[in-house]
Design a protein around this ligand. Structure first.
Ligand code: CP
Ligand code: NVA
Length: 314
């Protein structure tokens, strides 16, 4: 077990495969402890500030519940209600919050905001989704794949849709852990160039692979996992209409999933726009693991909190 005490979690590219495995193994242990009723108040008396610039159901609730289970306390801070709205800087907010709380989680539009928080805070900062990445989501995703498939190495994980924050984190973590990651997007909606390079490098080191395609049918051939996300992310509402047309051929529906392995798993970070990126018959099918995946946000984040806030020492 490696120590993660004091670390920020902004992007999983900053973490080694061993560090990611430490989080996943801790998450598995804490999930068992919760299920058998074994107390795990590893952060007794500690506090977490949670800043939200955008809406959230899963991230907000799972972090708050996580802190309660760990014996600590979480504060929900809507960015609109903070002095940030009246021009107090991110840097000054970070400095002040660091005098009150033991860690900060933030959901922001611009990834630079979470980087600035980390730069000026003296406590760990966790990215609860930015326009660039969603590391807590990817931890829950690979925890789910590991649980259901027994391994991550060699699992064919196919992401179909927009090359967005969720796609980035899925690519980064998957290639670090030796999965065979395939991404299929419309032309012009590919993942960030930098993330493609990281994915290729990570795969070369882990023995996994990465492929970027524009044909969803070809991409999902023999897939173990088919993953999708909304076509218009938070902040892209103005493009939603145009995106609906462009992304139509990338809908995950009955016809598309026929090309995957019969025991393929359907995954989605949620919230889903049913009838757009996924049809009801797929998300509600026995192949869908979306509720287990959502639950695992709780366990994975408990592991992150306990590790970075020093509740578990190596
Ligand atoms: N998947 C996810 O982050 O969901 P919320 O937007 O509800 O937090
Ligand atoms: N890509 C989506 C994910 C929401 C959890 C968004 O950024 O809105």
């Amino acid at each position: 077990v490696v120590s993660l005490a004091g670390r920020d979690l902004l992007c999983l590219q900053d973490y080694t495969p061993e560090e990611i495995w430490t989080i996943l193994e801790t998450a598995k242990m804490l999930k068992i402890w919760q299920k058998i009723g074994k107390p795990h108040r590893l952060l007794e008396g500690k506090t977490l500030a949670m800043i939200f610039q955008k809406p959230s159901t899963r991230t907000r609730v799972s972090f708050e519940v996580a802190m309660a289970h760990l014996g600590g306390h979480a504060l929900y801070l809507n960015a609109q209600d903070l002095q940030l709205r009246r021009g107090e800087t991110i840097a000054d907010t970070a400095r002040v919050l660091s005098r009150y709380v033991d860690a900060i989680m933030a959901r922001v539009y611009d990834h630079k905001d979470v980087e600035d928080l980390a730069k000026y805070a003296s406590v760990p900062v966790i990215n609860g989704l930015s326009d660039f990445s969603h590391p807590c989501q990817a931890l829950a995703d690979y925890m789910t794949i590991w649980e259901k498939k027994g391994t991550i190495k060699g699992v064919k994980v196919v992401y179909v849709g927009d090359g967005n924050n969720v796609a980035h984190s899925l690519m980064i973590a998957g290639t670090k852990l030796g999965a065979d990651v395939v991404v299929a997007t419309p032309e012009g909606y590919e993942p960030d160039e930098k993330v493609i390079k990281w994915a290729e490098q990570n795969a070369a080191e882990s023995g996994g692979s990465f492929e970027l395609l524009h044909d969803p049918v070809k991409a999902v051939k023999d897939a173990d996992v088919i993953y999708t996300d909304v076509w218009a992310s938070m902040g892209q509402e103005a493009e939603a209409e145009q995106r609906r047309k462009i992304f139509k051929p990338f809908q995950v529906n009955k016809d598309l999933v026929k090309h995957a392995k019969p025991d393929y798993m359907f995954m989605h970070c949620l919230p889903a726009h049913r009838g757009e990126e996924v049809t009801d018959d797929v998300i509600d099918s026995p192949n869908s693991v979306v509720w287990d995946q959502a639950e695992n946000r709780l366990h994975a984040q408990k592991a992150v909190l306990a590790l970075v806030m020093g509740g578990i020492k190596s």
